[in-house]
Ligand binder design. Structure first.
Ligand code: NDP
Length: 481
């Protein structure tokens, strides 16, 4: 008698064999009544949920956020009070590739964190770059389509990417960062994370501020060159993070915020809600508020990482949304994709479920596990949960205007190229610039990039900086260079 447990059906019934199906005689057809066989095949057919349309390939871990400084004058959020320790989950990812794509390819990286706070879950769903390619969600699905696969041959197509980028000059800042070696980080441990959007913070007295988050890697920035990235194992990043945590080498990030007084937003030199722009550090210096450390691997990748669901709409008291149009679009689209991809009760899964009790009048739906029970409606006179009107004032502020379809109103120094130019002129070293030009040329010299497209690519980079454009022109063999 073996001391190993007996296999069972998913209903716990002991299984007679993992080798042989039930058949009519040893050589005859199989029987539909072999429930154990049917369950194995049917469950196998359903092992995958739809992969994420964006950020499909990723990995993650658990960690803790520790707040070391007092920022109670800016936010009442309990997770940001000095001394607070908050359990969290992160999922790092690439953006454009599919579930089995190579980790090291040129792409921004997702940097999505869920904080299990004592006032519900707070999700900060950022990237390893502080800006993004577009500033209006109207363009989002088109942008992603241009980065993914063609309709006819199902191939990715650099011509399509340059077509979109050159027709969308607001992309120049993010494409500049993407074409530096930060577009190919050596590991998830060696990159910064940014909340990217501007958020609202408000304190216990109701004073309001605008905030941007920066997670600065304590491991130091480390990138691959284009050639090094090409040579990597496709799972290099997921393996690196898992192995580091397993050997007790716990990566950490210094958490910083930039704080803008609420009133500054109206006439700040850049539109502070435009996702294609940073707030220069000299204007709003980053303030260190704590440290975030990853210390535990998931035990079941599918249950804890593939089914992890992050949503920028999970904002706890003390934090609110800003009028950033991309953020506004994401407040809807993230929970919507989770309802489709995982199901309406995705928040009941252990990895997504808050650590605090949930009292909701939402009920039922596929795979409902927790149920708040009766009463099932509000208002009621039978003791059900009631909402807290003291929370009303927190994330409110005045906005007036006509209903329009319009670009943002430009602030004094708003344009599409200025901050990309600042990157080239004052931040990148000579080596960084050489690599950026090299990386652009690899991308724009791909065989599918047409002769008509190349002058557009040159023009795009000349708008960022003449030297950069001239070097790209020479490398692409564009006349007049
Ligand atoms: P600063 O000189 O004060 O800061 C420049 C920042 O750029 C650095 O602090 C660093 O931020 C980041 N950086 C350094 N090297 C590189 C690199 N090789 N590739 C990409 N980023 C790098 O200048 P400003 O704040 O006035 O910003 C100038 C430009 O720097 C911006 O237009 C933007 O392109 C870029 N930048 C600015 C950030 C910001 O939040 N202000 C953040 C990141 C880039 P970090 O340590 O966060 O990487």
């Amino acid at each position: 008698m073996s001391d190993r447990p007996t296999t069972t059906t998913d209903a716990g019934i002991p299984a007679p064999s993992d080798d042989h199906s039930q058949s009519v005689g040893p050589n005859g057809p199989l029987l539909l009544q072999d429930h154990y066989l049917i369950q194995k095949m049917a469950h196998f057919n359903r092992e995958r949920v739809p992969e994420r349309v964006v950020h499909a390939k990723g990995g993650g871990a658990y960690g803790v956020l520790e707040i070391t400084e007092d920022v109670s004058q800016y936010t009442r959020a309990s997770l940001f009070q000095k001394g607070a320790r908050t359990e969290s989950l992160v999922r790092f990812s690439s953006v454009a590739g599919e579930l089995g794509s190579a980790d090291a390819g040129r792409d921004p990286r997702g940097f999505a964190i869920k904080f299990y706070t004592d006032e519900g879950n707070y999700d900060l769903v950022g990237n390893n770059t502080p800006v993004f390619f577009i500033r209006d969600p109207q363009k989002f699905s088109d942008f992603i389509h241009s980065q993914k696969r063609r309709a006819d041959n199902h191939l990715r197509d650099n011509n399509m990417q340059w077509d979109f980028w050159t027709l969308s000059p607001e992309s120049a800042h993010q494409v500049s960062l993407l074409m530096t070696d930060r577009g190919t980080p050596a590991s998830w441990r060696h990159m910064n994370g940014y909340g990217s959007h501007t958020f609202l913070w408000y304190n216990a007295a109701g004073d309001k501020f605008w905030v941007k988050y920066h997670f600065k890697t304590d491991q130091g920035i480390k990138n691959f060159t284009a050639e090094e990235a090409d040579a990597q194992d496709p799972d290099v990043h997921i393996r690196d993070l898992y192995e580091a945590i397993k050997r007790g080498d716990h990566p950490s990030w210094t958490v910083q915020v930039q704080i803008m007084p609420f009133e500054d937003a109206a006439d700040y030199r850049f539109n502070p809600f435009d996702l294609t722009k940073v707030w220069p550090h000299a204007d709003y210096p980053p303030i260190t508020i704590g440290r975030w450390t990853l210390n535990r691997n998931p035990e079941n990748y599918f249950a804890e990482i593939e089914q992890a669901a992050f949503e920028p709409a999970n904002l706890v008291p003390g934090i609110g949304a800003s009028p950033d149009k991309m953020l506004q679009g994401r407040l809807f689209s993230y929970p919507d994709t989770h309802r489709y991809r995982i199901g309406p009760n995705y928040l009941q899964l252990p990895v997504n479920r808050p650590k605090v009790p949930v009292h909701t009048y939402n009920k039922d739906g596929g795979m409902a596990y927790y149920n708040s029970g009766d009463p099932v409606y509000a208002p009621n006179s039978v003791g059900g949960p009631v909402a807290d009107p003291s929370l009303w004032a927190g994330d409110t502020y005045g906005i007036a205007g006509e209903i329009v379809r319009s670009a943002y109103t430009l602030h004094r120094e708003d344009d599409d190229y200025g901050q990309a130019r600042a990157l080239w002129e004052k931040v990148l070293s000579d080596v960084d610039r050489d690599h950026m030009v090299h990386n652009i040329l690899i991308h724009a010299n791909a065989p599918e990039v047409t002769g008509d497209m190349k002058p557009r690519v040159v023009e795009y980079w000349r708008n960022v900086h003449k030297d950069l454009g001239d070097r790209v022109a020479r490398g692409l063999g564009v006349n007049g260079s």
